[in-house]
Design a protein around this ligand. Structure first.
Ligand SMILES: Cc1ncc(COP(=O)(O)O)c(C=O)c1O
Length: 375
């Protein structure tokens, strides 16, 4: 397979570990091993007993059971555990898609959601979100783009990078369209459970529609990216079998230690999610007032869920120049939209980390020093 470079991940690899503040990360504040172990009294003793042989290829049965409980209509045998959501997407696309298949992908998007299909030789239609309408998607466009070779629709709610979340009514209609046309639905749900209003939370695609795959991960909402534990849930048994078989060519099985910590975290998921949402809510109040204050410099659409947003730079320079200047002067990292192949005006900002208020202060200093004429 020949595949284009993953721009966003390369940008992180270049800068993330050399800056003081990452103000564009999408994962919530993480935990130390010690913090996770203090969630349960006997956990250190249990940790000592973890056997470090190969593990079950589809995932530790207890972990699959814990994951299946997140859904309302999924059995443990319908869950397969991967090394992050990234491996789940890679394997699914390789199993599902053939050259010349047609795919419709919500856009802008996390690059693997369209690049793997492109590398396989699929035709990809970008389903463009409408910034003027708070990043909404048009279902008529979707329906009119479907052809006899359309194999799959790819969506990501809550959305990376805009924080967009559609209504439940929209989501129902979307699933109906996929169902009517007998098309697969890949639903990337890695930011689920970070809705600011609980009633806005969408059901999972895999609970509603047999030809769908829901993808989840410990990295984002739970803040445990270092575990590299993600999963795919589907009721399509034939597809599941093929996915499980392909995994023997990628990672075979998961890390036993990571599975142990993922089980521990999922047993305490309410506590973890509550802590992360508290950080997000506190940071979002600051961001809202920051962007309202500097509305001559930025266009701000408040997200509805998740730990990231996608403001637009209104003034002169390209967003790449703006971000590189901030990085050089203040050691604060923002993610320019060029890494999403989405023009040179937007940037991703992340607010799931505890130190976001300090990073935002640095950004404000930078504006005061460099963009006085706009203040
Ligand atoms: C929408 C989306 N899907 C998948 C992934 C991959 O997640 P992970 O790094 O945990 O494998 C990311 C990571 O940024 C993402 O934003």
């Amino acid at each position: 397979m020949r595949i284009k470079n993953f721009k966003l991940e390369e940008y992180f690899a270049k800068y993330e570990f050399n800056v003081e503040y990452s103000l564009c990360s999408s994962d919530c504040e993480s935990f130390s091993v010690d913090e996770l172990l203090t969630l349960e009294k006997e956990s250190i003793d249990d940790l000592k007993k973890v056997w470090l042989g190969y593990t079950e290829s589809t995932g530790n049965p207890l972990l699959r059971e814990k994951i299946s409980q997140i859904y309302s209509n999924i059995n443990p045998e319908e869950v397969i555990v991967f090394s992050g959501a990234e491996e789940a997407i890679f394997v699914l696309m390789n199993v599902l898609l053939n050259k010349d298949d047609h795919l419709i992908v919500q856009y802008p998007a996390y690059q693997s959601l369209y690049e793997i299909a492109t590398a396989i030789g699929c035709k990809v239609t970008k389903w463009l979100m409408d910034e003027e309408k708070h990043w909404e998607l048009n279902l008529q466009f979707l329906e009119s783009s479907i052809t006899s070779s359309t194999k799959c629709i790819v969506v990501n709610f809550p959305h990376n990078p805009s924080g967009f979340l559609p209504t439940k009514d929209f989501y129902k209609k979307l699933i109906n369209i996929a169902q009517e046309h007998n098309i697969y639905l890949l639903s990337d749900e890695v930011y689920k459970f970070l809705e600011y209003v609980k009633a806005d939370r969408l059901p999972s695609a895999c609970d509603l529609y047999d030809k769908s795959c829901s993808i989840g991960v410990m990295s984002k909402s739970y803040g445990l990216a270092g575990l590299r534990i993600g999963w795919l849930a589907t009721r399509d048994k034939a597809l599941y079998k093929k996915i499980a078989s392909f995994k023997n060519y990628t990672t075979i099985c998961n890390s036993a230690l990571s599975e142990f910590f993922a089980i521990l975290a999922l047993r305490n998921r309410n506590k973890i999610l509550k802590r992360n949402l508290e950080i997000i809510n506190r940071n979002l109040i600051l961001l809202d007032s920051f962007f309202n204050k500097y509305d001559k410099i930025f266009a701000w659409i408040k997200p509805r869920a998740g730990s990231i947003a996608f403001p637009r730079l209104l003034i002169g320079d390209t967003v790449e120049d703006f971000c590189l200047g901030l990085l050089k002067e203040k050691s604060v990292l923002l993610m320019p939209s060029t890494n999403y192949e989405y023009g040179n005006r937007h940037f991703r900002i992340g607010f799931g980390r505890k130190n976001m208020p300090e990073a935002l202060q640095k950004l404000e200093e930078y504006l005061k020093e460099q963009y006085k004429e706009y203040l």
